[in-house]
Design a protein. Structure first.
Length: 183
C-alpha cells in the first residue's frame, strides 16, 4: 500500500512539474534583421524645428557625457555629413556588452542603428577550466536553435541594456539646449 501511494505521489508530482511553464518563455527577443539574420536596432526619430547642425552638436555633447558611463571609441565622425559611428562597450559587473552605433543627423530628426552586438563573459565563467581571457559571444549565437532558460535570460538582459542605452540617447537628443535663446 505504501508503495502504491508513493508511486501515485511521484506520478502526480512529475505531471505537475511537466506542466509548469518555463519562467522565461515570454522574454522579449532581440531585434533581428530578417534579411541578414543579424541583431539590428534601428529607427528614425523626429525632432521638430531643429537643424542638422544642432542635432549633430547634441550628439557630440552626448558622446562626451556618455563616455563617463560607457567606453566609447569613435571610428567615423563627419560634421559636414552629420554622421557619427562609434564602438560602445557597456560594463555590468564582470559582464560586458559591445556594439556599433551609427548616428545620422538631418534637419528635423536623426537616424540611429545599433549592430554587431557582442556579449562578453569574464574569463573565470567556465567554472574551473583554464581560459586565457574573456569569452566573446555574438548575440546571434544565443539566438540559434532552441535557447535554454539561461540563454533566454541573457537575451532579455542584452535587450534591456540596449533599450536603456537607446532611451538615454533619445532623451538627450530630444532635449532643448539650456541657456540658449530659441528663435
Amino acid at each position: 500500500m505504501k508503495r502504491i501511494s508513493f508511486a501515485l505521489l511521484m506520478l502526480l508530482g512529475s505531471t505537475a512539474m511537466a506542466q509548469q511553464q518555463d519562467a522565461y518563455t515570454s522574454t522579449p527577443a532581440l531585434h533581428v534583421d530578417p534579411a541578414t539574420q543579424q541583431v539590428l536596432y534601428k529607427g528614425t526619430v523626429p525632432v521638430a524645428n531643429t537643424p542638422q547642425e544642432h542635432l549633430y552638436s547634441r550628439a557630440q555633447d552626448w558622446l562626451l557625457q556618455a563616455n563617463r558611463s560607457y567606453n566609447l571609441t569613435t571610428r567615423t565622425n563627419s560634421a559636414e555629413a552629420g554622421f557619427i559611428r562609434t564602438h560602445v562597450m557597456l560594463r555590468d559587473g564582470q559582464e560586458m556588452y559591445s556594439f556599433q552605433l551609427s548616428l545620422q543627423t538631418q534637419n528635423d530628426g536623426y537616424r540611429y542603428k545599433l549592430e554587431d552586438v557582442v556579449y562578453s563573459q569574464p574569463h573565470f565563467a567556465r567554472a574551473g577550466k583554464h581560459s586565457a581571457g574573456p569569452i566573446h559571444i555574438p548575440a546571434e549565437t544565443l539566438l540559434r536553435g532552441q535557447p535554454t532558460a539561461s540563454q533566454r535570460k541573457q537575451l532579455a538582459k542584452i535587450d534591456s541594456k540596449l533599450q536603456a542605452f537607446l532611451q538615454e540617447l533619445n532623451t538627450t537628443m530630444q532635449r532643448k539646449p539650456e541657456g540658449l535663446a530659441v528663435r
